[in-house]
Ligand binder design. Structure first.
Ligand code: PLP
Length: 355
């Protein structure tokens, strides 16, 4: 899609492949589920999957209809459905398209036993090792394992709550091990944070997501320092300039008031373009390669930046995040994480692909 409006999301597929190679280097001989849920974290499912088709061991996602469409386009990789199935009547589609379900409830085990499940199509058993979101408890996993072992390959899976934080993962690994005595199945454990921080504890099938897209999973370590490259650059242009005097305010609610004469640039990018409305005055922006800051409230289609000290006119390029301005930094300023910025990219933003 091309649009007359200057806002663009530039998607750098070479960066995506580079970041996948970083995950590969971390996990050594273990395998990788490239996590492409939520439209590949906003980057475009088909283009991400096509870009990684040669190097990925498999793709993990949530959305059944999107997985089926990928299958119908001819992709033969393993697909892991991270939330499994919601209703037993979806199982016929799982079987027909060879989709691997994650199961986490006893009724899902009964549903599997009631269908003609292929003996070579794996099932993932998800354990709750402390995150207390989805997963079997100790009794549940033992029952599920007893019921299904021998009928199909099983993989034991869990998800870490604080792989990026002070608690780390060892406390959950201890519980996981205690819950699975004598269960001799492969394991799928680590997300991006675990892959980068505990590379030898991620199991046979690690599950990198945000790192593939060049986001750092850590608040205190930059993507650069992790050798991750930005895949998405959101950029637009200055479409108006205002010179205002001291005491004048900018934008809705008059939340920013100049204390001296200022030059204000108006960028064609607002919250309807996925820019976070809660980004406060001072959130970094690059204009023609020079760092400056937002001023006042972000509106639906526009935001304002400080050009007082910059020689920039109408048509100047504004990078909101990506190349040379990390999405993590913008996200932190706006009180969120890069995941949310990427996933919020709406259809009205034109995509430009660099391969
Ligand atoms: C989304 C997801 C991941 C990827 O997490 P990142 O922090 O983006 O690496 C891994 N495992 C599961 C179960 C997920 O839902």
């Amino acid at each position: 899609m091309n649009t007359s409006r200057p806002i663009r999301a530039i998607i750098d597929l070479a960066a995506l492949r580079h970041n996948h190679a970083v995950a590969r280097r971390q996990v050594g001989a273990n395998k990788l589920w490239a996590v492409v849920k939520a439209n590949a974290y906003g980057h475009g499912l088909e283009r991400a999957v096509t870009a990684l088709a040669k190097e990925a061991d498999g793709f993990a996602l949530i959305e059944l209809e999107r997985a089926i469409a990928l299958r119908q386009s001819g992709l033969t990789h393993p697909f892991l459905m991270l939330e499994g199935f919601y209703d037993a009547n979806e199982l016929a589609l799982f079987i027909r398209h060879r989709l691997i379900p994650v199961v986490h409830r006893p009724d899902q085990v009964r549903a599997l036993l009631a269908v003609d499940w292929p003996a070579d199509l794996p099932v993932y058993l998800k354990l709750d090792s402390g995150m207390h979101r989805l997963g079997f408890d100790t009794v549940g996993v033992a029952e599920a394992q007893r019921a299904l072992a021998g009928r199909m390959p099983l993989v034991l899976m869990t998800h870490f709550a604080d792989a990026d934080g002070p608690r780390g993962i060892d406390w959950q690994l201890e519980r996981f091990n205690a819950m699975t005595p004598d269960m001799n199945h492969p394991r799928s454990l680590g997300n991006s944070a675990a892959i980068l921080r505990y590379p030898d504890k991620v199991g046979d099938w690690a599950r990198p997501g945000i790192m593939l897209y060049g986001g750092s999973p850590f608040a205190e370590v930059t993507a650069d320092a992790l050798d991750l490259r930005p895949v998405m650059t959101l950029q637009s242009e200055i479409i108006g300039i205002q010179s205002i005097g001291a005491g004048e305010s900018v934008g809705y609610g008059c939340t920013f008031t100049a204390d001296k004469p200022m030059r204000i640039g108006v960028v064609a990018c607002g919250y309807a373009d996925g820019y976070p409305r809660h980004a406060p005055t001072g959130t970094p922006v690059l204009v023609d390669g020079q760092r400056t800051r937002t001023l006042g409230r972000v509106s639906m289609d526009k935001l304002c930046v400080d050009l007082t000290h910059l020689k920039v006119g109408v048509g100047g390029t504004a990078v909101l995040w990506g190349e040379r301005l990390s999405a993590d930094e913008v996200a932190i300023a706006a009180g969120t994480i890069s995941y949310e910025l990427f996933c919020a990219l709406p259809p009205r933003v034109a995509i430009e692909v660099r391969s």
